[in-house]
Design a protein around this ligand. Structure first.
Ligand code: SF4
Length: 219
């Protein structure tokens, strides 16, 4: 796909989801530490479920030092309503330990350092860097970003890392921080996994899936 066409699609979608004032992220936070832990908890669960537990968690354990000393059983009880809570309880505690032991209780500001933290991959690191520090060195690729990107034709890749590389090559760096938000919004609202609502999609004329599915002879 041409970069100019990709950018036009992104601008259309970005305008469409420019309906909520405030920052373009899904998990509320008031510090880089909260952004990191909230993003780790959000993997494979809904934002609503995470939003329902973080206030209690951060009031009990407001700092890396406090979280590092938390009993794992108590953490499990506090986050029990979200998916993979046992693994997440261990990972957020171990990450808090590492923040205290190796980073002076601060969240590091580089991809290389962030992905050494237990349970932190490129997706989480990209979100933390972008939202907590305003540093966009990559693009967070989750299931919505991957699906919408493949359907539209931004990429033909399968793996998150390869999709991220394609998106970074296609879009100028000033867009990278918003791509995750915009494509997640589109994936939830219209380009849904099971039944994409193509007839009401504002970018259908430029979408590969739409042409292949609804206008197979149009080229
Ligand atoms: S036209 Fe359909 S497949 Fe393409 S982006 Fe829109 S909803 Fe998704």
């Amino acid at each position: 796909m041409l970069r100019s066409k990709a950018l036009a699609i992104f601008r259309t979608l970005s305008g469409r989801y420019d309906d909520t004032p405030g920052p373009r992220h899904f998990i509320p936070f008031s510090s880089p530490f909260q952004a990191l832990i909230g993003t780790m908890l959000s993997a494979q669960t809904t934002d609503r479920a995470v939003n329902g537990i973080v206030e209690d968690l951060f009031s009990a354990y407001p700092t890396p030092e406090a979280l590092a000393g938390a009993p794992v059983g108590d953490l499990e009880n506090r986050i029990r309503s979200i998916g993979l809570y046992r693994t997440k309880a261990r990972n957020i505690r171990a990450t808090a330990w590492k923040l205290v032991e190796e980073y002076g209780g601060e969240v590091p500001r580089t991809m290389e350092e962030l992905i050494t933290l237990p349970g932190v991959g490129r997706k989480t690191a990209n979100i933390v860097l972008s939202h907590a520090f305003g540093i966009d060195t990559g693009i967070a690729v989750d299931t919505h970003v991957a699906r919408v990107s493949r359907r539209i034709g931004f990429t033909g890749e399968i793996s998150a890392d390869a999709i991220e590389q394609d998106l970074m090559a296609l879009f100028p760096a000033e867009c990278w921080g918003d791509i995750n938000y915009v494509l997640i919004r589109h994936g939830r609202a219209i380009c849904r996994a099971r039944k994409p609502r193509c007839p009401e999609c504002p970018v259908r004329e430029d979408c590969r899936y739409y042409h292949e599915t609804f206008q197979p002879d149009s080229g």
